[in-house]
Design a protein around this ligand. Structure first.
Ligand code: AMP
Length: 230
């Protein structure tokens, strides 16, 4: 199964992408993470993308598309892909459809996590990410067990450089002015699955599973060791 997650910044799409990737054995591919890695490593694409990223603007389609499309070819033993943050423009969606078509594949569903703008603004101001793997937590809606530390890998948490109030507003303007039109693109293809994202991580995830017809994985049988480890 190949999935796309469409959602504004702060809609929880990164968290849902992680959950779905584990549950459905899909390869997660987040364009923002790929860009942050390329910028940190100062690759040619990273250097070209940095000024756009720093302003909170969309990075030009060709730079992002090349990064993502190259990544699609290395699926390993995953059963498909889950794209988070790509496509963000109609041109990117068309490039993706074309490249998948050449590979004999296609997108099965585009999930849109709908969250009102005022809720997004509020959520983003509480968002923190971990230094090691970019796991996303939210001090208001999805806090880590120990403040300032990632539950999953123990690395320190901090706010992203583009989560300042002015950049948040700018990025939400771009989402509601441009990216949201992708819902029409996928609705025309009968692939759009719209879910109410204005709820807890667990409730949103349950809605997604129900809409995709995915069964809940059976609870693992606990042996003494796993019971002791909690
Ligand atoms: P994200 O982590 O998804 O919020 O993305 C962070 C930033 O990376 C965005 O504000 C853009 O500057 C850039 N970016 C991520 N994905 C894309 C994309 N598909 N097209 C253009 N720019 C992107």
């Amino acid at each position: 199964m190949n999935l796309i997650l469409i959602g504004a910044q702060g809609s929880g799409k990164g968290t849902q992408a992680q959950l779905l990737a584990e549950e459905l054995r899909l390869k997660p591919c987040a364009s923002g993470d790929l860009l942050r890695d390329a910028i940190a490593l100062q690759t040619p694409a990273g250097r070209a993308a940095k000024p756009y990223y720093d302003r909170g603007d969309l990075v030009p389609d060709d730079i992002v598309a090349d990064m993502i499309l190259d990544n699609l070819q290395q699926l390993g033993d995953a059963k498909g892909i889950i794209l988070d943050g790509f496509p963000r423009t109609q041109r990117q969606a068309e490039l993706l459809d074309r490249r998948l078509g050449e590979m004999g594949a296609h997108i099965d569903h585009a999930l849109y996590l709908a969250v009102p703008r005022d809720v997004l603004q509020d959520r983003l101001s509480g968002r923190v990410v971990c230094a090691a793997h970019g796991h996303v937590w939210n001090l208001k809606t999805h806090p880590p067990r120990v403040p300032g530390v990632c539950d999953l890998d123990g690395s320190p948490l901090s706010q992203r450089s583009d989560d300042t109030p002015a950049k948040i507003k700018h990025r939400l303007d771009i989402f509601f002015g441009e990216t949201i039109h992708l819902t029409e693109y996928y609705r025309r293809q009968n692939k759009l699955v719209q879910v109410n994202g204005n709820d807890s991580v667990e409730v949103v995830h349950a809605q997604i599973r129900a809409r995709l017809g995915v069964e809940r994985a059976p609870a693992p049988v606990q042996n003494e060791q796993s019971a002791a480890n909690g």
